[in-house]
Write a protein that binds this ligand. Structure first.
Ligand SMILES: Nc1ncnc2c1ncn2[C@@H]1O[C@H](COP(=O)(O)OP(=O)(O)OP(=O)(O)O)[C@@H](O)[C@H]1O
Ligand SMILES: [Mg+2]
Length: 265
């Protein structure tokens, strides 16, 4: 019998799909046949105890780690991440930690995030020929716009180390968003932030889908995940043990046993 789907998610491919992805490090299975999808325009959270495989999952999406089996799709097409072309492939991430270069200004750090999207010719760069200067001006303009979007353009000329931690976090986010990604990966963005900064971070994360970008958020700060995510996936020892809305996850006994009953570290 023919099945007629009316669910919109069936008509529109998800932004990202993981299908049976496994990663092994020697004898350790860091991801064990993990399947889940990130709908277009959604914020999806990944939670789980230390060592559950969350960062490994990000590393697969970024091409830092290759899966032993399984496949990825981006907007319905086979996705083979290339770590040096990721910005061009439409994927951006912030690192666990800030990853800002202390010797570069805030704007230069953000422009660096855009470098791989620019069509540069090193010989033209060295001679500072007009086309190269135009390219640089474009990067500068996009970098400034991204800083402005996060309300920190006044810090463009500052060195990161002179700024409060909350501002530096925003710089890292501005760098990730500057290339107008379709998928943004945030690895523990609330780490080290004060309470009021976390509220601000929540607002920023929730504003990202309006730009057409989906977000995958790995975070131990459970309140933040519950507040900003439409769906949450739970990993434990490399296995996906639950997937659902924040309410469903909060009421899931297996999740409480594996993670939510335990104080975050
Ligand atoms: N490059 C590697 N080589 C060997 N083992 C690794 C490697 N990277 C991760 N692992 C192991 O894989 C498992 C999953 O690690 P992963 O870093 O993905 O966990 P996580 O969920 O991000 O943890 P945390 O919450 O502490 O950041 C762990 O047992 C870890 O020790
Ligand atoms: Mg991690």
């Amino acid at each position: 019998m023919e099945v007629i789907h009316t669910d919109q998610s069936v008509l529109e491919p998800p932004r990202l799909r993981f299908a049976g992805v496994s990663v092994r490090f020697g004898g350790l299975t860091a991801l064990d046949s993990v399947s889940f999808a990130v709908p277009a325009g959604a914020v999806v959270g990944i939670i789980g105890p230390n060592g559950a495989g969350k960062t490994t999952l990000f590393n697969v999406i970024c091409g830092f780690t290759t899966q032993a089996s399984g496949s990825l799709e981006l907007d319905g097409e086979a996705f083979r991440p290339r770590r040096h072309r990721l910005t061009r492939q439409g994927v951006a991430r912030t690192l666990q930690g800030l990853g800002l270069f202390p010797g570069l200004t805030v704007l230069e750090n953000v422009m660096l995030g855009l470098e791989s999207t620019a069509r540069h010719n090193p010989a033209e760069d060295a001679l500072a020929l007009p086309r190269s200067r135009r390219g640089e001006a474009l990067l500068r303009e996009r970098g400034l716009r991204s800083l402005d979007d996060l309300g920190i353009v006044s810090f463009a000329a500052a060195l990161p180390d002179t700024l409060p931690y909350g501002i530096r976090k925003k710089v890292a986010l501005a760098r990730a968003l500057a290339g107008a990604p379709r998928l943004l990966l945030l690895d523990e963005p609330a780490g080290g932030l004060a309470h009021e900064d976390i509220d601000e971070l929540a607002a920023i994360i929730q504003s990202v889908p309006a730009t057409g970008c989906s977000v995958v958020l790995v975070e131990h700060h459970v309140d933040l995940v519950m507040n900003v995510c439409e769906r949450i996936a739970v990993l434990d020892f490399g296995k996906l043990i639950a997937e659902g809305t924040p309410a469903e996850i909060g009421a899931n006994q297996a999740v409480t046993d594996a993670y939510l009953g335990v104080e975050p570290v």
